[in-house]
Design a protein around this ligand. Structure first.
Ligand code: NAD
Length: 438
């Protein structure tokens, strides 16, 4: 696609807006419920495609990549079914109305989920949408659009433009007929979108990168914290925005933590992502593999302790975009590998000298997306969780909640996705002052 396609898509979405925005909540819930059923029916195909495109191990692709979009769609069916009484503030009735025509620009690492996390609330709110998936992993968005096409929506309600970011993405961000852009991707892409969007004063929601800290306090179960921490850091080959890429452990426990990290990292031997036993597939692209390997080399050059892994091609994987699962120990909190988002299977272990120091290390980042804290003492864990300048924190490995607001502090972005907070990103708020009681 190109800029001409963006014009056509934006015009089609604008033309569809009056009709779609006047549908009832029940009608919209019905569309989202049907879409969820249809994606669920094609889950194996979706998981297989993402395994091929991104290199996500097939089992992870089934468990997360194919199933999370269905969960998200159904969460919005539930929200729409829950009723919607206007708020009243003194003599004002506060209405929530659809934002208008919105663009959804998505990355490649969880390609269908990232699109659905925008599309579902946008449609639920009554917006019409132009979707631009990542050029690296666009295929499952085409399945999504095929299924939407069979649902008999007003023509133009959802539009797909494939293409490159600097061309199609930039044209969407700047377009005068688009009222809002929801962008997930890199800081570089997000700032470009914000700048392109500024002259038209459209709303911009950004979900950007992360360098999340997994803080282990001295009373925690170290074995469990490191085990869960390594799995989290290496999920989807480390190509996860929320990955806990900095493991922050009490300094006296550093050598034990490194032993454990090495042991658990060994379970992430690179392998064919289609094989059932594989936990670490290839990186999504050759250029991305090169970038991850350069960061590993940089860690070595900067003097960090290489515990396991390294920049070499893993033995037996000379073809394909494979990287060795890598752990660095005793890393300086200001080192490049502790500050920059590597987006590969690279874990940095840092030492702390107590809770205050751990908080300072965790917050020593331009990012603020996610974090984790482990302690046997709930109040102590909560105090650290509160002090972390991040949009989400997991305490003692608590599970992900798809209804909870998700988003970043600092350069990890602005705005929130998922659940009710995700819906509000696609709504305008109107105050109507009335004289009589209502
Ligand atoms: P990217 O920024 O390169 O691309 C993301 C999307 O933006 C793609 O569709 C791309 O075509 C488009 N794009 C790129 N430049 C653009 C521009 N100038 N104008 C408009 N659109 C543009 O990111 P990526 O490599 O696809 O994804 C990886 C990044 O995404 C990582 O930084 C990761 O942390 C982040 N991410 C964040 C979240 C989150 O929810 N916070 C989730 C997943 C990924």
């Amino acid at each position: 696609g190109d800029e001409v396609d963006v014009d056509r898509a934006a015009d089609a979405a604008r033309a569809a807006f009056p009709k779609w925005s006047s549908t009832s909540r029940t009608e919209r819930a019905d569309v989202l419920a049907k879409l969820a059923d249809r994606l669920e029916a094609r889950a194996d195909e979706i998981a297989g495609l993402i395994c091929d495109e991104v290199g996500t191990p097939l089992r992870t692709a089934q468990r997360i990549q194919a199933s999370l979009p269905v969960t998200v769609l159904r969460s919005y069916v539930d929200l729409l079914s829950a009723g919607d009484e206007p708020e009243r503030i003194a003599n004002t009735m506060v209405l929530r109305e659809p934002l208008g025509v919105v663009a959804a620009i998505a990355p490649w690492n969880y390609p269908l989920h990232q699109v659905v996390a925008k599309l579902a609330p946008a449609l639920a709110a009554g917006c019409t949408v132009v979707v631009k998936p990542s050029e690296v992993a666009p295929l499952t968005t085409s399945i999504l659009l095929d299924e939407l096409d069979r649902l008999d929506l007003p023509p133009g309600t959802v539009n797909l433009v494939n293409g490159r970011g600097h061309e199609v993405g930039a044209a969407l961000a700047a377009h005068p007929e688009i009222d809002g852009v929801s962008f997930t991707g890199s800081v570089r892409g997000g700032t470009a979108v914000s700048m392109a969007a500024a002259p038209t004063v459209k709303r911009v929601t950004l979900e950007l990168g992360g360098k999340s800290a997994n803080v282990v306090l001295d009373d925690a179960d170290l074995d469990l914290a490191v085990k869960v921490g390594v799995s989290n850091a290496f999920l989807n080959g480390g190509q996860t925005c929320t990955a806990w890429t900095r493991l922050v452990v009490p300094r006296p426990l550093m050598s034990r933590a490194l032993e454990l990290a090495e042991q658990f990292a060994a379970a992430f031997a690179p392998g064919d992502p289609r094989a059932a036993s594989t936990k670490l597939g290839p990186m999504a692209s050759a250029s991305h593999r090169d970038s991850v390997r350069e960061y590993i080399q940089r860690g070595i050059d900067d003097g960090s302790l290489l515990v396991t892994g390294g920049p070499e091609v893993p033995t037996g994987f000379e073809s394909g975009f494979y990287v060795r699962p890598t752990v660095f120990g005793d890393v300086d909190p200001n080192a490049a590998i502790a500050q920059e988002e590597i987006f590969g299977p690279v874990l940095c272990v840092l030492g702390h000298d107590g809770d205050e120091d751990a908080i300072e290390i965790a917050n020593n980042s331009r990012f603020g997306l996610h974090g984790s804290v482990w302690s046997a003492d709930h109040d102590r864990a909560m105090a650290v969780a509160r002090a972390m300048r991040t949009g989400t924190v997991d305490v003692n490995g608590a599970s992900y909640n798809p209804l909870a607001p998700f988003g970043g502090y600092k350069q990890s972005g602005n705005g929130r996705e998922m659940g009710r907070y995700g819906l509000e990103e696609f709504e305008e708020v109107k105050s109507i002052q009335v004289k009589e009681t209502f």
